[in-house]
Unconditional design. Structure first.
Length: 271
């Protein structure tokens, strides 16, 4: 095996959101198809909901990538907390209008009114990390949705402290809620192997046995971000052995002891 293979496998599990790295998983694909259908319904606002690391940002990036081929779509991965900034950014991106000074909701509504053309596909705005937007701004977003002139898809973090969905502005019927969850054990195996194979790391992908997957699953509960962290560190450990004690490396399967070492290193379990 060439020496860069662990290095390459490591980089597969960098925690980045790039739609080119999107892997098809049955449950995720099913949700994704229904999401694409909902996007075509005029009134619905869509809320993607789930714990950190369940793939919300990846989903949104993928949606952006796919939809941009057929209609105007705008993705905001970093929330724009300031209301005036928010409206100004949308005015510039959607309608190509540069506005100096403050822009309030009423003024922005007029801009929408003036530039909306019936024959066009309505613009879709994708907002990541929407739990960071104020209730006030969320209420404005809802009112804009009601006009059916801009469509919103938002993601929300599910936290144990607070039920964000219980907030008033999410209680109206116009929201279609889609919950993302951690991977099942089967999905986790597919996730790991497909990710590696996409980067041509076939030999490494084949080293993951059901015993390995079972251990990884028990450590990460199938959370994609936790799994990325764990595997990144695992391949860092392999790199170390490759450099310092290459005879210790077994190429038939991943050594569970190394997975445990990686878990200690990343703080998933205590050493
Ligand atoms: N369907 C998928 N295909 C490929 N990678 C994914 C997928 N879903 C999640 N990931 C990976 O998991 C990481 C965490 O997902 P992310 O979308 O950032 O979660 P969230 O936004 O819910 O916190 C991403 O950086 C990405 O590497
Ligand atoms: Mg995210």
């Amino acid at each position: 095996m060439e020496s860069s293979i662990f290095e390459k496998s490591k980089s597969v599990f960098l925690d980045v959101v790039d739609p080119k790295d999107y892997v098809q998983l049955d449950r995720v694909s099913f949700i994704y198809q229904s999401l694409k259908k909902s996007v075509r319904k005029p009134l619905k606002m869509i809320l993607l909901y789930g714990k950190p690391g369940t793939g919300k940002s990846m989903f949104l990036a993928k949606l952006h990538d796919d939809l941009s081929k057929i209609q105007p779509v705008f993705l905001y991965q970093q929330p724009i907390i300031d209301k005036s900034e928010f409206f100004k950014t949308l005015a510039k991106d959607i309608y190509n209008i540069k506005y100096n000074g403050e822009l309030n909701f009423t003024q922005f509504s007029k801009i929408i009114e003036m530039h909306h053309k019936e024959e066009n596909d309505i613009p879709i705005v994708l907002l990541d990390e929407a739990q960071l937007y104020s209730s006030d701004l969320m209420e404005n977003i809802r009112l804009i949705s009601d006009t059916r002139k801009i469509k919103f898809v938002i993601t929300l973090h599910k936290t144990s402290q607070e039920d964000v969905i219980a907030k008033e502005h999410f209680q109206t019927r116009i929201w279609e809620t889609i919950e993302l969850q951690n991977a099942s054990m089967t999905e986790l195996k597919i996730y790991i192997q497909k990710k590696l194979m996409k980067s041509n790391c076939f030999d490494i992908a084949n080293m993951f046995t059901n015993k390995n997957i079972s251990l990884i699953f028990s450590l990460t509960e199938g959370n994609y971000r936790e799994t990325n962290k764990l595997l990144y560190t695992l391949f860092e450990i392999y790199q170390w052995y490759e450099k310092n004690e290459p005879s210790k490396i077994k190429y038939s399967s991943i050594t569970n002891k190394y997975i445990e070492m990686a878990a200690i290193h990343t703080g998933i379990i205590n050493g």
